[in-house]
Design a protein around this ligand. Structure first.
Ligand code: GDD
Ligand code: MN
Length: 374
């Protein structure tokens, strides 16, 4: 990855880092002298004059760039910086890190080496063996980081990653583009989790390299309560996002239950025999569910089958669903002849619903294989 053709861009957000930024840039430019490396400082008009110091560094080394903007939070600074690195500086690899020396500039080589070995994302990780955080971090901050990580790994479904709030990563441009970093809307430190979640979901191969995270010597952390609240709130959104199709399917199913039981009840009221009313009610709910699933639940999939094949398959699945719930209804009717028919009709919905989801998800609305070479 450190070969001549690879353009590596460091993206470093700063807010009031006048005490760190000059020495950081000096250290980085010495360590990474290749002309293919650029250093992009994303400063949000820091009142302490960080921007001017960056301009001074840029005057002595033209690989240093300053991207200035209004303050919209740490996450948005990264969105802006990474987009600029991809689109303007034409980076092949983006390295993200803090400006306060918490991330040792000398560790970047290790991250880049991981990319050469075939990973798309290499995390500088505090929570794999060999990694650590500074003992100076007070117990509250330590717990927040530990438990924040556990929470995100569990809820957002990223168990394989130990340090998913890490701010030190090397990322291939291909992976960053696939993850659509420019669409990320969160403002605070949650950015790290959201980005990682997107990278994983779009198929990036992620590995972790142990690092020692040093507490800053100069300046102050900008991690505030707003950022922490945003984190816990957003992790739940990630949970819903990764199960969104299923959530939509279940909601669709709920409307199906209303259609099913509602029409069954009406047909009974009209004097129809229950053994005839049952399949008609089931069929009506199948039709309404198809329309909603096709136009909503699975609408964002890039699907293998053409629409007419899909409709055919859906009808076959519907048929098996109808048979399963009808058989369930008949069997239960004989087993519990005293029970209310509406209740028994309802009992057929659950097994039929699961069968319906798995067959439709993996067959009818099957996604195109996206695992091409990247
Ligand atoms: N442009 C910009 N705008 N930069 C910002 C802003 C902002 O609003 N807020 C913070 N920064 C910059 C800081 O100047 C620093 O270079 C870097 O972002 C990290 O900010 P800190 O305030 O030092 O963060 P931290 O040390 O509390 O958090 C670190 O650890 C977290 C995990 O425990 C960071 O690495 C986080 O990314 C990480 O999630
Ligand atoms: Mn810091």
């Amino acid at each position: 990855m450190t070969s001549l053709q690879t353009r590596v861009c460091f993206v470093i957000p700063t807010y009031n880092e006048a005490l760190n930024v000059t020495s950081l840039l000096q250290r980085l430019t010495e360590l990474y002298p290749s002309p293919d490396v650029t250093f992009l400082i994303v400063d949000d008009e820091s009142p302490d004059g960080t921007g001017r110091l960056v301009q001074a560094s840029a005057a002595t080394d033209h690989r240093v760039h300053l991207l200035e903007g209004k303050r919209r939070g740490f996450g948005q600074a990264y969105v802006r910086g990474m987009t600029y690195a991809l689109d303007v500086l034409d980076a092949d690899v983006v390295v993200q890190m803090d400006a306060d020396f918490s991330h040792d500039p000398a560790d970047v080589g290790k991250l880049l080496a991981g990319l050469s070995d075939g990973a798309d994302v290499v995390i500088g990780s505090r929570y794999v063996s060999g990694g650590a955080v500074d003992r100076r971090w007070h117990v509250g901050r330590r717990m927040l980081s530990r438990w924040g990580n556990r929470f995100a790994r569990l809820i957002a479904g990223m168990k394989a990653v130990r340090d998913c709030t890490a701010g030190f990563k090397a990322i291939k441009a291909t992976a960053l583009r696939a993850a659509k970093v420019e669409e990320i809307r969160v403002q605070g430190h949650t950015f790290q989790v959201v980005l990682l979640h997107r990278l994983i979901r779009t198929g990036a191969k992620v590995i972790e390299e142990p690092i020692y995270f040093r507490d800053r010597d100069r300046g102050h952390t900008k991690l505030g309560i707003g950022s922490i609240l945003e984190f816990f709130y957003n992790v739940w959104w990630l949970y819903l996002a990764s199960h969104w199709t299923f959530v939509k399917f279940v909601l669709t199913g709920l409307t199906g239950i209303l259609v099913n039981l509602g029409s069954f009840f009406l047909l009974l009221e009209l004097g129809m025999h229950k053994f005839l009313a049952s399949p008609i009610a089931i069929e009506l709910s199948i039709i309404s569910n198809f329309l909603i699933n096709n136009h909503w639940s699975f609408a964002d999939r890039v699907m293998t089958d053409r629409a007419h094949t899909r409709i055919m398959k859906y009808n076959l699945v519907a048929l098996s669903t109808l048979v399963l719930s009808y058989v369930t209804f008949i069997v239960l009717s004989f087993l519990f002849s005293e029970a209310s028919p509406v209740l028994l009709q309802g009992c057929g919905i659950l097994p039929a619903g699961f069968l319906n989801y798995f067959m439709n998800s993996s067959w009818t609305f099957r996604e195109t294989d996206r695992d091409g070479p990247r």
